[in-house]
Design a protein around this ligand. Sequence first.
Ligand SMILES: [Zn+2]
Ligand SMILES: [Zn+2]
Length: 274
Amino acid sequence: MTLKHSDELKGTTEGDGSRLSVSVLASGSRGNATYISDGRTAILIDAGLSGVEIQRRMARKGLDPNSLDAILVTHEHADHIHGVGVLSRRFGLTVYINDGTRQASGNALGKLSGIFPFSCGCAFAIGSLAIHPFSISHDAEDPAGFTISCNGAKVGLATDLGIATGVVKAHLKACDVLILEANHDPQMLIDGPYPWPLKQRIRGRSGHLSNDDTALLLEVLQHDRLSHVILAHLSEENNTPEKARQAVKTVLNGARVKLHVASQMDGSSILTLR
Ligand SMILES: [Zn+2]
Ligand SMILES: [Zn+2]
């Protein structure tokens, strides 16, 4: 399988069922959303911007919200669920969410068009996509990472995690595309403006991965078929795209992996697996 990094394929990725397209629409503490489709089934992982803003970002990339089938939710923090309820109602989308996350979301979701309560560790399918949810360590009720597999391709996503446990490493093995948190540069966090308790929370086992943590994780996960790594959920105060890139670059040295950094404003371009 070859992977094209391609805005030029935009508009031709739907319909033939032979490819998996991945695009981060937004990433960071002001909102997260990732689009994945094989041309038959299209999902969002998280919808942490307003519904209108997510539609606007999809339109900008040539993606049709009417083609969406479902929204998968990682955890209840506002930067992951802000637009979930609105989009579910507007486009009739089933929301795949575990019970802990749904209860912890309180009234933030409103009435949903459909609910599928998954359990971390139990695989399920959404149309033609095979989904494996797994537990991550974060200060939320029952936070999840996911792998999405289809047509022999596998995408792994883990953001908002304080440590990369054995469970995380096991699930993220053998991915073609990895979307991994690289939240902060440890020194910038320590020197930065946040109050000490918040710094401790971010650094803690249920906080966020530093650039160095991400590099160590990638060292374990790297393999021949890994084509693209998208660094995600970067802190705007305690990190820079250059620092994140630099930290993981040494680990990926010599590999043919393409490295991307997803931004809060623009997310990432559309990657298409052939
Ligand atoms: Zn978050
Ligand atoms: Zn969070």
